[in-house]
Design a protein around this ligand. Structure first.
Ligand SMILES: C[S@@+](CC[C@H](N)C(=O)[O-])C[C@H]1O[C@@H](n2cnc3c(N)ncnc32)[C@H](O)[C@@H]1O
Length: 344
């Protein structure tokens, strides 16, 4: 069984500092168990000529395996270790449909790091019952606390449909014009609208919706994707998003701190208070076999409380190697972790 070595993206060290290699290992372990069907094993760390790599064993990788590895957030390069101790490059195609500035142009306090957002999305996809649909670009993602849309943009990059909800008016007011301008600048055929959503003669939310295609040919063939953003309280998610229509709920919950790089945005609720009022609605939007991936600050809420809330809401929390190893320090006031769970 050949061994492979992953050279992590240099940005990992900046994003995760000391935990970088552990996190790359954990992400690949989760992806391997889901999308890659357990065909990759024995993840570990190894140094070659003073450079750190993550290594694993696998049957010779098929092109489809390499394609799935391309979804990982931190792969810079992949090598096969030859019998004479050399590193032979293996091509890893990128799944990104669009230029990376879709993710990097918007810069603001409280933005969830793009690389971490990708990790959250790919590990949640791996936790669903049909992880292969990620590479088929056939998943619908809901970020119920979407801020200024990092998850929406990452999902769009992968060719997925994305829905976001946030009650921060500034985030809503800035996101729509940003995406519409970006679509225009990139000459992508699109349609964008902002409309009120009414229920019982009252305005429940404001909705921005963009429908677009990655090429003229795709547009002509009706192969389009959409990004929708609701300005609303996420406690009303089930009134905005039809039940059972979402494959993944992915969110970086409010950190519940006043200091640090994330600040306190929107409502001042911490993660558990928000889950109390909103989790049932988020679960309702998920289809059976769909998965939820939530990031939160463990310094304000211990993992067992998050797991308890998800279990009480009827989800099956994923545990074991990889799933239990995603915690990392963000700054002095934030230690972030990820909980993944599936709707049975
Ligand atoms: C950590 S931030 C998410 C940042 C986002 N991932 C991004 O990169 O822009 C948490 C978000 O939760 C939102 N939020 C908090 N309470 C909410 C509620 N009740 N309804 C909707 N959004 C809420 C905040 O406005 C904030 O944007």
């Amino acid at each position: 069984m050949p061994d492979y070595a992953v050279l992590p993206a240099p940005s990992s060290n900046r994003v995760y500092t000391q935990a970088a290699l552990d996190l790359v290992c954990a992400e690949l372990t989760v992806l391997a168990g889901g999308a890659l069907g357990g065909r990759l094993a024995d993840f570990g760390r190894r140094e070659f000529a003073g450079v750190d790599y993550v290594t694993f064993a696998a049957d010779p990788l098929e092109p489809a395996d390499a394609r799935l590895l391309g979804y990982a957030s931190a792969i810079y390069a992949l090598f096969e270790l030859t019998v004479d101790g050399l590193l032979r490059p293996v091509a890893v195609p990128s799944p990104d449909l669009y230029p990376s500035d879709l993710l990097t142009i918007l810069k603001y306090q409280g933005k969830t790091n793009e690389q971490f957002t990708r990790l959250l999305l790919t590990t949640t996809a791996a936790a669903t019952d049909r992880p292969g649909r990620l590479a088929e670009r056939r998943m619908r993602v809901l970020d119920p606390v979407c801020g200024r849309g990092t998850t929406l943009n990452q999902a769009a990059m992968f060719g997925l449909d994305a829905v976001g909800i946030d009650l921060d008016r500034k985030d809503f007011d800035l996101y729509g014009p940003f995406l519409t301008t970006w679509l225009k600048d990139n000459r992508l055929k699109h349609r964008a609208t902002t409309t009120p959503v009414r229920r019982d003669h009252a305005v429940l939310a404001k909705r921005y919706e963009a429908t677009f295609a990655r090429s003229r040919e795709a547009h002509a063939a009706g192969d389009t994707q959409s990004v929708t953003f609701y300005l609303a309280d996420t406690a009303r998610a089930a009134e905005l998003v039809r039940p059972g229509t979402v494959d993944m709920v992915v969110g970086d919950l409010p950190y519940g701190v006043r200091h640090g790089s994330q600040g306190t945005r929107g409502s001042a609720r911490g993660p558990l208070e928000l889950l109390d009022v909103a989790l049932a609605g988020w679960v309702a939007t998920l289809r059976r076999g769909g998965a939820m991936g939530l990031a939160w600050n463990t310094l304000v809420a211990p993992r067992r409380h998050l797991e308890g809330a998800l279990t009480d809401a009827g989800l099956e929390v994923c545990t074991g190697p990889g799933y239990d190893d995603l915690a990392h320090r963000v700054d002095r006031t934030i230690r972030r972790d990820v909980v993944l769970a599936r709707k049975p």
